[in-house]
Design a protein around this ligand. Structure first.
Ligand code: ATP
Length: 311
């Protein structure tokens, strides 16, 4: 029996622009994604066993409402890896996920769990696949998975030595195309607070909705990348724009309330909804401010966290 434990980190969007609609129905995006320290713990155990026919997969998690079968992205990731790389072995994969990242929140929690399972099986089966190959497999699971794979390679202590020379191991990236074409970037160093109103927002509904939405302002991702490279915090904050907010803020007043409250309490300008929401985050000037802001946000949203970006 062999086992590996990985941290499956969440991400925030420093920007999100939608550039068009592709023939396959997907939206073309241009967005800057940044990994944060808030994470789930994913433990994957492999037991080689010739008495098992093929590969047997089981999954447990501390969130009773999440599926534990092939609807779970971590389970799906194991299936995908087994199909591709385990044709000639028999045994059991058991996955245990301790979740902290809010679910359906715009923080890529499920994608990150899937990414961790891809990394884990690459290690447990000694496949020695480069990050590009892992990302190609991850893209079949979901468009946020490749970024999570790259981030985990840069931030997990047991993966760092393996990928220290791989340029794709990074904490921040520009995502284009359907979100899976990734260019590593210098990341942002900041403490932050995250707050998720107790509502569910469907990613598909939001992307469908913005097609008929007027978009008053867009991020200048070139300027944002320059700002990150030169560590110009004010310029970063100026370009923290998420075009999906036009749709969600209009329809879900509780997101407006959350955003306004963070803006009022925070000394920084950078306050934005992540992904398709409903989580809103605010950059903080130090850990003290992040903790204090989190205390205040917990009055309204019980899924509020203080954390920082990874670097
Ligand atoms: P993204 O930012 O990538 O769009 P998200 O943060 O909005 O993701 P997730 O937390 O990944 O959303 O969950 C989206 C859906 O995926 C949920 O409805 C949930 O039931 C399903 N799901 C499947 N597997 C998982 C998992 N391991 N963790 C969380 N959600 C999962």
């Amino acid at each position: 029996m062999k086992e590996i434990k990985l941290k499956a980190f969440a991400k925030i969007n420093l920007s999100l622009d939608v550039c068009g609609l592709l023939d396959n129905g997907f939206h073309e995006v241009s967005m800057v994604m940044q990994q944060i320290l808030l994470c789930d713990d994913v433990k994957v155990r492999w037991t080689e066993d010739s008495s098992v026919q093929g590969i047997n997969i089981s999954l447990s998690t501390n969130r009773y409402y999440l599926p534990t079968d092939e609807r779970n992205l971590a389970y799906k990731a194991a299936l995908l890896m087994a199909e591709k790389y385990a044709a000639d072995i028999n045994g059991s994969i058991s996955i245990d996920i301790v979740k902290r990242i809010p679910v359906a929140a715009g923080l890529a929690g499920g994608s990150s769990n899937g990414a961790a399972v891809i990394h884990a099986l690459n290690m447990l089966w000694d496949l020695k696949l480069p990050l590009q190959k892992l990302c190609d497999t991850g893209a079949k699971l979901g468009s946020d998975v490749p970024f999570c794979i790259m981030g985990q390679a840069a931030a997990n202590d047991n993966l760092k030595p393996v990928y220290s020379k791989d340029p794709l191991a990074c904490h921040c990236a520009l995502a284009t195309g359907t979100g899976t074409e990734l260019t590593p970037l210098q990341g942002l160093k900041s403490h932050l607070v995250l707050s998720k109103p107790a509502i569910s927002v469907s990613t598909a509904e939001v992307y469908k909705g913005i097609d008929s939405e007027h978009i008053p302002e867009r991020p200048d991702n070139k300027e944002l990348i320059h700002a990150l490279r030169t560590n110009n915090r004010k310029l970063v904050e100026k370009n923290m724009i998420n075009v999906l907010e036009n749709f969600t803020l209009k329809r879900y007043p509780v997101i407006v309330y959350t955003k306004n409250k963070i803006q009022q309490l925070c000394s920084c300008e950078g306050v934005l909804m992540s992904g398709s929401g409903p989580t809103v985050y605010g950059l903080c000037k130090n850990i003290r401010e992040a903790k204090e802001l989190c205390r205040r946000m917990l009055e309204d949203n019980k899924e509020s966290f203080w954390t920082r970006t990874t670097w």
